[in-house]
Write a protein that binds this ligand. Structure first.
Ligand code: CUA
Length: 155
């Protein structure tokens, strides 16, 4: 009669493993939507905890995350203020159409697609003389595309 008990115990273990794996996968999926280069609901960016009130937040000793919304025909926030001697990861998304996000004079140059979060990291050297960088949209996004620009200010 012990065989039956062992069988039940083994079944419970298997159920437990499957539940753990499923829970882990769901948890990771949610985290991706939040803050990495993942996906986002383009229709509810205003309610998002990072993009609802976009800005720069400290994530490490010299590390920052800058949440940016590209929308016809501006970037928010503007200007984006970042500390000198920092490494800033920009997370950029769009609620309307495809835009570009280029920080002139840096390695940052990416497409911004509605429903996706583009991610790019830039180092702002403490020694650098440059304290202001222009941001350009380099994807045609409508009648005022050529006026769509922003600024990064190193403070
Ligand atoms: Cu936004 Cu062109």
């Amino acid at each position: 009669k012990y065989e039956k008990l062992w069988l039940v115990a083994a079944l419970l273990l298997i159920v437990g493993f499957v539940a753990t794996i499923t829970y882990g996968a769901v948890g990771a999926g949610v985290a991706m939507v939040d803050d990495s280069g993942g996906t986002i609901d383009a229709n509810s960016i205003g309610d998002d905890e990072n993009f609802g009130d976009p800005g720069v937040v400290q994530t490490g000793e010299d590390e920052y995350a800058a949440y940016v919304v590209a929308q016809q025909f501006s970037f928010r926030p503007d200007p984006i203020r970042v500390p000198a001697g920092s490494e800033v990861t920009f997370y950029v998304t769009s609620p309307d159409v495809i835009h570009g996000f280029e920080i002139v004079g840096t390695n940052a140059n990416t497409m911004v697609v509605p429903g996706q979060v583009s991610e790019i990291t830039v180092r702002f050297d403490e020694q650098s003389e440059v304290k202001e960088y222009g941001i350009l949209c380099n994807e045609y996004c409508g009648s005022a595309h050529h006026t769509m620009e922003g600024k990064v200010v190193v403070v």
